[in-house]
Ligand binder design. Structure first.
Ligand code: IPE
Ligand code: IPE
Ligand code: MG
Ligand code: MG
Ligand code: MG
Length: 305
């Protein structure tokens, strides 16, 4: 039985900080060293990855792996691939041709430090390395096709058909234009929720979980991911530059399609709360094993960074 007192005892921040250290160690091991030729691109990749970051996506993959008993060595590769893809998306998101943001993770953004050309290539390099990591996922002793199925799901999640790139394209096309709830949900679901959903679903796919489990993880990830972007929109208005490590107030200035722009702050907050409660509900099938994933979803609404 699920003990509610034990639930409360979990300090999700301690969990996040412990897992972040593990992820950072693995990333350090996998990324090319600073003195690898040509240095600029390899340094830029490390600069953006290690500038900061919560490591939420890799930590979601690891937490799902703990629930489903997946080999930690395999999940670690997946976790690093997710963070590399996420960091690539941030480097490109900040470029002058996109959001034109000078700060990221508390430091000058990649193109401010290394120039646009190297920043574009560092982003490409991170994405490339992420997919290379799949060839190194240890044999799980199950169907080797599972690794390919997982890789395919991740590729689709960041691609041009309902994935991160699709979301970023519509984000750009909508900028400065009128938009409705359908446009907004498309953008937020694709640009942000798709990778968050993939973080738990890819672990599920690697584990060979049955389709019912995968579909519950998909709903959890989608709802938590959408809530994550709503909170990101809210923090762009009420957040603190120092703790967020990025410029505040950019969305309104650039006339971005955001939840607060369409619904106001209060309503947006409520919508994020409802989504998180729904995401948590999806995990009943895991019983007390799903506690960390539920706490991680909760963290998304209360975070200030
Ligand atoms: C920022 O993501 C970009 C969005 C998808 C909203 P995070 O808030 O997870 O950024 P880091 O990784 O902690 O820097
Ligand atoms: C970015 O959304 C989502 C990505 C795919 C990177 P935002 O443009 O709102 O992210 P921030 O606020 O710059 O981190
Ligand atoms: Mg953007
Ligand atoms: Mg941005
Ligand atoms: Mg934002």
């Amino acid at each position: 039985m699920n003990d509610p007192r034990a639930d409360r005892e979990i300090d999700i921040r301690a969990y996040l900080s412990k897992k972040k250290k593990e992820v950072d160690k693995a990333l350090d091991h996998l990324l090319p060293t600073e003195d690898t030729y040509p240095k600029s691109v390899n340094q830029a990749m490390r600069y953006s990855v290690f500038a900061g970051g919560k490591r939420l996506r890799p930590i979601l993959a690891i937490a799902a792996g703990e629930c489903l008993d997946v080999d930690p060595a395999a999940v670690s590769r997946l976790a690093c691939a997710l963070e590399m893809i996420h960091t690539y998306s941030l480097i490109h998101d900040d470029l002058p041709a996109m959001d034109n943001d000078d700060f990221r993770r508390g430091n000058p953004s990649c193109h401010r430090k290394y120039g646009e050309g190297i920043a574009i290539l560092a982003g490409n390099g991170l994405m490339n390395l992420a997919f290379q990591l799949f060839t190194e996922i240890p044999d799980l002793g199950t169907d080797p096709g599972l690794v390919l199925i997982t890789q395919r799901y991740l590729c689709q999640s960041v691609g041009t058909e309902g994935g991160v790139i699709a979301g970023q394209v519509v984000d750009l096309l909508t900028q400065g234009k009128t938009f409705d709830e359908t446009d907004l949900n498309y953008i937020h679901t694709c640009k942000t929720a798709a990778l968050i959903r993939a973080s738990v679903v890819c672990t599920g796919l690697l584990s060979g979980a049955d389709p019912a489990v995968i579909s519950q993880l998909e709903i959890y990830g989608l709802k938590a991911g959408l809530a994550f972007q709503i909170v990101d929109d809210i923090l762009d208005i009420i957040g603190d530059k120092k703790s967020l490590g990025k410029t505040i107030g950019k969305d309104e200035k650039e006339k971005k399609a955001t939840y607060p722009a369409l619904f106001g702050l209060e309503e947006s907050r409520k919508k994020a709360e409802v989504l998180i409660a729904e995401a948590e509900n999806e995990l009943h099938f895991l019983g007390s094993r799903g506690r960390i994933l539920r706490e991680l979803a909760r963290f998304i609404t209360v975070r200030r960074y």
